[in-house]
Design a protein around this ligand. Structure first.
Ligand SMILES: [Ca+2]
Ligand SMILES: [Ca+2]
Length: 153
């Protein structure tokens, strides 16, 4: 993968590439690359000037961060389930609880929108609309997704 991503600095500015690797998501458009760790820390790099990704420009280029975040969210919405949900109920039901606790940063037993893996997932999972996803809601969303995946497409 890396040879594709870093081999050229003359990328078409309209060309866009998104990917997910474990808990990380990233988008590259033209010379710009935006990365997100699972916890919502955004990092922005200009690969034309900074191929080693040492100089995080997220703080100085907020408009570009927002633009790339939107593009990444649009891409994400087309994907199937976020990795953590997909893994959780497939083979080992116990994993969902662990995952849930990892995402529940403040440990209050529910996921706030900024703790959730994606905004799209959050909107779907918060079925009672109280602005939080409880463990039961997360589990229900996962089950519904696993059962409904084929029907949705
Ligand atoms: Ca929480
Ligand atoms: Ca809820």
């Amino acid at each position: 993968m890396d040879s594709n991503l870093t081999g050229q600095s003359t990328a078409d500015p309209q060309e866009q590439l998104c990917w997910r690797m474990g808990p990380k998501t990233a988008i590259r458009r033209g010379d710009w690359k935006l990365l997100c760790e699972a916890r919502g820390e955004w990092e922005l790099y200009n690969l034309a000037e900074d191929i080693g990704e040492r100089n995080d420009l997220a703080a100085t280029e907020p408009a570009r961060v927002a633009e790339l975040r939107d593009a990444l969210a649009a891409w994400d919405a087309q994907m199937v389930e976020p990795l953590w949900v997909r893994e959780s109920f497939g083979n080992q039901g116990g994993n969902l609880r662990q995952r849930f606790e990892q995402f529940d940063e403040d440990g209050d037993g529910r996921l706030s929108p900024d703790e959730a893996p994606t905004e799209q997932w959050f909107r779907r999972a918060d079925t009672d609309g109280d602005g939080f996803v409880s463990f039961d809601e997360a589990r229900a969303a996962t089950r519904a997704r696993n059962q409904g995946r084929r029907a949705e497409r």
